[in-house]
Design a protein around this ligand. Structure first.
Ligand code: NAP
Length: 264
């Protein structure tokens, strides 16, 4: 799985083909979409039109909340694959746990069946808490390959990251730039000055050095390229710590324990 991918949440369908094409041009090979983003068809079209061989691409999509449950998940997967026009998916994620519906274990069993059929290579989850993960592991005997969670300097997720590491789960950071809100931070600004890089590059480099997968989004071609140029410099351990110390546990998105939009 590439360490740096491209996210397309809030990329409108009409601009998604051009935006994904710009990302592929800049060097990204991993694209993160979801059924609920409404742009799977356009992502699929951009991938096909790029001419990049399928085995060089890594495509992730996610099951939306209203399709949790064994049979509904299998149908929703087929619908996503028809929109993407792909035969095989690299990573399928359960978008939110919706623990109160009590369906995520059956939903994960459907993902296991898709994996057994070879229709998806890896299966994982998103926005799962430690308790949710423990339940999946205990009841299905399988550890999700990935947990995609909100993670940026103001929400460093140290405990959940440690749990992931202990269980071999890849930590994938959504809103890795804090949706732009952390680009004015004075500490990260100072490190940008020390390294001669932009604040966005410093934050993404911090993710790389923590071992996270990150999926920044932008519809701006210069930023798309800027965000990919993070493999030719390094932060010192002290710079990494100064950023990690900014953690204040503050979320941009909803709390996974209570979020239930679209819950069945
Ligand atoms: N699993 C989940 O529940 C979940 C939830 C949210 C997001 N995600 C995934 O994570 C991806 C990224 O998260 P996100 O889109 O919320 O936030 P993000 O990537 O942290 O930030 C995107 C925002 O930052 C701006 N930006 C990007 N690069 C910049 C740069 N170099 N300089 C200045 N501004 C910059 C973008 O503006 P412009 O676009 O105007 O350039 C956009 O407003 C999503 O696209 C989606 O794939 C998953």
């Amino acid at each position: 799985m590439p360490k740096l991918g491209f996210g397309v949440f809030k990329v409108a369908a009409e601009e998604a083909v051009g935006t994904v094409a710009a990302a592929l041009q800049a060097g990204y090979r991993s694209i993160d979409t979801a059924a609920v983003y409404g742009n799977e068809s356009e992502v699929g079209r951009a991938l096909r039109e790029s001419g990049i061989p399928r085995d060089e691409l890594f495509v992730t999509t996610k099951l939306w909340n209203d399709n949790q449950g064994y049979d509904a998940t299998l149908r929703a997967f087929d619908d996503s694959m028809k929109r993407l026009e792909l035969d095989q998916l690299d990573l399928y994620l359960i978008h939110w746990p919706i623990a109160k519906s009590g369906l995520f274990v059956d939903t994960f069993r459907a993902l296991q069946s898709l994996k057994a059929q070879g229709r998806v290579t890896s299966i994982g989850v998103s926005n799962f808490t430690r308790a949710n993960l423990e339940r999946i592991i205990e009841e299905t005997g399988e550890t999700p390959a990935v947990n995609q969670i909100e993670l940026h300097p103001y929400l460093a997720q140290n405990d959940l990251r440690a749990f992931h590491t202990a269980h071999g789960i890849v930590t994938e950071a959504w809103s890795p730039l804090g949706r732009g809100a952390e680009l004015d931070d004075p500490v990260i600004g100072a490190i940008a000055g020390e390294t001669g890089r932009t604040v966005a590059q410093v934050i993404l480099r911090w993710h790389m050095q923590l071992g996270n997968v990150a999926i920044p989004k932008s519809v701006t071609p210069s930023r798309i390229a800027e965000n990919f140029a993070v493999f030719d410099f390094e932060l010192t351990d002290e710079q990494v710590s100064r950023i990690t110390d900014l953690d204040k546990g503050s979320r941009i998105g909803p709390d996974p324990d209570t979020f239930d939009v679209g819950a069945p």
